[in-house]
Structure formats: C-alpha cells, structure tokens
Ligand binder design. Structure first.
Ligand code: DHB
Ligand code: MG
Length: 222
C-alpha cells in the first residue's frame, strides 16, 4: 500500500484526472492565464471541475449561479456542461480578476453563456432576485460569508436546486470548535446551517488530492 502522504494523494488524484477527466485546451489556458496574472491556484481540482460538470448534467441545470469567479476555471466547466442554451451568472468582487476571467471564458468558446457580475456578492445577489430561479448554485468565495451565500442560494433557487459549497474540509480544522481562523469559523457555520436549516438537505465529503485535504458540501433545496 502507498503511504497516505500528501504527495501520494496528489499522485492518485493526477491518475484519476488522467484516466477520467482528460484535457481541455480552454480550461488549461484559463489556468495558465490565472497563473500569469499572479492569482492563487485555488481553483477546484480537475476531478472536482468534472464533478461540477456532472452535477450540472445530472440536475439538468440551465441557470447556474457561481459565487466567486477567480480565473473562470469552474465557470468554464459548468458553462460547457450546461450546453448552448445554458447560462452561468458568476459573481466576482475584483474587477481586475473579472477581466482575466472574461478573456479566458471567451477564449474557451463559452462567452455567450456566461455573465460576470462585478461586485461584492452581498451587493450583487439581491439584484438577482425576481428573475427565474437558479437550478444550481456553486459557492466558492470568501468563507466568512458562506451562511449569507447559502441564504441567497435558497432564496434564488427553488425546490430541487442543487447547492455546492467548496472548501469545507480545511485541513481537518473544521473539528476545532475553538478555532479563531475566520475561514474555519465561516465554514463551520455553513455546515451547521446546512445541517439545521429546513430549507436544505445536505451532505459533505472530505477530499484529498492536488488541493491537499479539503472537501465539498452538496445540498438540495427542499
Ligand atoms: C481558499 C479558497 C478557496 O476557494 C479554495 O478553493 C482554497 C483556499 C482560501 O481562501 O484559503
Ligand atoms: Mg474554493
């Protein structure tokens, strides 16, 4: 048996990505542009991008909301999976980052499916109320605001809307009830909300791989 080290998690994750995910020049160019701009490599792993794409297809999602665009990697995954009549609204707080994402999304050939809304999500999300409900919401922004984002996911969704929250493992620190790390506390509050708020039915999976020890929560709006 291989030792359960971070290097071996990474090797196994690379093996799974090579075996199941394959290569997409648009996605790989988006990562290169993100790196060239000096942005952190905190996009989802390839296997997780594929998971998002599969969830879009399994749910038959056409209207998708993403909170936290970064370089557009997960945006492109979901836009590809949504098909030609799919729409992704993605919220990015930083205009300079949104500009990089815009170019990568356009160059990946899915620009017409993606609207980038620039601003703090807490300001942008209320402006999305009143339109058709979103079928899938991916939350991957500042962890301190995760409960606010979950509240908006429920309000902007409908029964059956799929909600995915990134980064719920945080190197196992979620079990530390005395943590003063605001990202850990924000994550713990989000998990508590997913477990107690009657608007959600949820689970979460820990992950190890190219992004270290982390995890993803998956919920449905009931
Ligand atoms: C962080 C944020 C992310 O969305 C991620 O995938 C990894 C790390 C962070 O803020 O630490
Ligand atoms: Mg993330």
């Amino acid at each position: 048996m291989a030792d359960p080290t971070p290097a071996n998690w990474r090797a196994a994750d690379d093996y799974l990505a090579d075996t199941l995910v394959g290569h997409d020049p648009g996605l790989e160019a988006a990562l290169a542009s993100q790196a060239a701009a000096g942005l952190p490599a905190i996009e989802v792993a390839p296997v997780a991008g594929k998971l998002l794409g599969l969830l879009v297809r399994i749910a038959g999602a056409h209207r998708i909301l993403e909170i936290g665009t970064l370089g557009g990697y997960s945006t492109i995954w979901m836009a590809r999976a949504a098909g030609a009549d799919g729409r992704v609204v993605t919220v990015e707080a930083e205009p300079d980052i949104a500009r990089i994402a815009r170019r990568s999304i356009d160059e990946a050939g899915v620009g017409e499916r993606v609207e980038i809304r620039i601003g703090r999500a807490s300001d942008v999300l209320p402006t999305l109320a009143g339109s058709d409900p979103f079928d899938l919401v991916f939350i991957d922004a500042d962890k301190e605001s995760n409960t606010l984002y979950l509240d908006w996911a429920a309000r902007l969704g409908r029964p059956g809307t799929v909600v995915v929250v990134d980064n719920i493992g945080r190197d196992g620190e979620i079990t530390d009830q005395s943590s003063v790390d605001s990202k850990v506390v924000g994550t713990q509050r989000a998990l508590t909300m997913l477990g107690t708020d009657p608007r959600f039915d949820a689970t979460a999976l820990q992950t190890v791989g190219v992004k270290g020890w982390d995890g993803v929560a998956i919920a449905v709006v009931v």
